[in-house]
Ligand binder design. Structure first.
Ligand code: AMP
Ligand code: ZN
Length: 457
């Protein structure tokens, strides 16, 4: 395997050479569990799922994706809805798993919860204090950014940007406004743990430093997340881990996805311009959502539109049509080499998708049923490395979204039937079949009789 990935740390594409041959350790920052995830949050999980699938072909992969279940956003939401923190986080984790399953994600090797690793966080903070990278002040423990010469090397922010970007509270107990919190005091209303610095709770950044070390060791291969995490979250993780375990390197490669946007603006809870994964799943199959999320390169910004979703659905219809009649021989079939090549070149999923369509064209043109069947097997295996084709073609076309139920009125149906008749007159049988399958997906059955096409729900 000659996998190249753009390494945020060095601002260039690099050949990935695992620390230990045949093994690969990766850590991806997981959700803060106070509410349903939106489509933007799903983008990194889908992207890293494809990386995981690709790596698993040649390495033993240890994939760690955490759950942040202690955070001030969680405390605030629990207060707002009058729920206990425990109930809120347990319910949100359940929703998250349902959503990720619907998007066809493989489960990571470990999914640690921050609350289960507080002793490791406390030990790491103590280590940072002992080494002169952290100090205590009024029940808080703060990281001293001045103590680490390399601070800022990941995001390449200058000092003013570090302060402004961190949006750090100007607190009188901080020695430097850019210093960030490792530990803060809790009262009886907020979750807390006993520590050498009093009853309190960890800051967000230390959670990931401690959990990545616990499962992957102080040095591991790749760390990932969205570009919005580069600063301050990943910069601070890097500072903590380097401070605690240096001179060891922390993550050797850093990989970040671009933002999902709505009308050019980042999809986010705070802007209110978000669509939850669950809402999207009411209308579209998880594979359609996955398809749009991988339809542009992961480092590019991607705008979320209804047209984009409809196009993804049509593209998948076209591919699934080519898989109709595929006989599963139970063998693991070969993935198309051009698709592997595209993915090994910084996870070029749009190129991989266009190659799937080329294979579909070859299937449509295949002269013998044997070569057609062989191409179908390649198409299926190649789509599966992208997490597609989890269904049999027949099931894809009969799947109905919750929102689609009874959504077609009689006039819509009649006009689609007229379109289909015209397509058949034009000898465009695949277009005619597509219309029939679209109707079938909505529970509308057609019957061609000498007296014309009859339909029933
Ligand atoms: P959060 O729960 O906000 O920490 O986000 C979880 C993951 O989603 C992180 O990797 C973020 O970088 C990523 N993320 C958040 N918003 C977006 C977005 N609009 N587009 C792409 N990724 C996002
Ligand atoms: Zn993290």
């Amino acid at each position: 395997m000659a996998l190249h990935i753009y390494n945020t740390l060095h601002h260039k594409k690099e050949l990935i050479e695992p620390l230990k041959e045949g093994h690969f350790g990766m850590y991806v920052c997981g959700p803060t569990v106070y509410d349903r995830v939106h489509i933007g949050n799903a983008r990194p999980y889908v992207i890293f799922d494809i990386l995981y699938r690709l790596l698993k072909r040649s390495c033993k992969v240890l994939y760690v994706r955490n759950l942040t279940d202690v955070d001030d956003k969680i405390n605030k939401r629990a207060r707002e809805i009058g729920s206990s923190i425990h109930d809120l986080t347990v319910q949100t984790i359940g929703w998250f798993h349902e959503d990720m399953q619907a998007l066809g994600l493989l489960e990571p090797s470990h999914e640690p919860r921050a609350t289960q690793h507080v002793p490791e966080m406390i030990a790491m903070i103590q280590n940072l204090i002992d080494k002169g990278h952290a100090y205590t002040a009024e029940g808080h423990v703060l990281y001293s950014v001045d103590s680490l010469r390399e601070y800022g090397c990941l995001s390449r922010h200058n000092r003013d940007e570090l302060i402004a970007g961190a949006r750090v509270e100007i607190a009188p107990y901080k020695r430097d406004p850019a210093d960030f919190v490792l530990w803060k005091p809790s009262d009886s209303e907020t979750p807390g743990w006993k520590s050498p610095w009093g009853f309190g709770r960890p800051g967000w950044h230390i959670e990931c430093s401690a959990m990545s070390c616990r499962y992957l060791g102080p040095t591991f291969d790749l760390h990932g997340g969205g570009q919005d995490l580069v600063f301050p979250h990943h910069e601070n993780e890097l500072a903590q881990s380097t401070g605690a375990h240096g001179p060891h390197t922390f993550a050797r490669y850093w990989m970040h996805n671009g933002m999902l946007t709505v009308n050019g603006e980042k999809m986010s809870k705070s802007l209110g311009n978000f669509v939850t994964v669950r809402e999207a799943l009411q209308k579209f199959h998880g594979e359609t959502i996955r398809y749009i999320l991988i339809s542009s390169h992961y480092r590019q910004q991607l705008d979320w539109t209804d047209e984009g979703l409809s196009q993804s659905k049509s593209s998948l219809d076209r591919l699934y049509i080519c898989l109709r009649g595929l006989v599963d021989d139970g063998h693991e079939n070969a993935v198309d080499p051009k698709i592997l090549e595209a993915l090994e070149d910084d996870l070029n999923t749009p190129l991989a998708l266009s190659r799937l369509h080329e294979i579909a064209t070859s299937i449509n043109k295949a002269k013998s049923s044997k070569s057609r069947m062989q191409l179908m097997q390649i198409l299926k295996a190649s789509g599966q490395i992208l997490g597609l084709f989890g269904l049999a073609a027949e099931d894809w076309f009969t799947w109905r979204s919750a929102a689609a139920a009874d959504s077609l009125n009689d006039e819509d149906i009649k006009s689609l039937i007229a379109e289909r008749i015209q397509a058949r007159v034009n000898k465009d049988f695949s277009a005619a079949d597509l219309i029939r399958d679209k109707l079938l997906a909505q529970g509308i059955h057609l019957e061609d009789t000498p007296n014309g096409t009859l339909w029933r729900r």
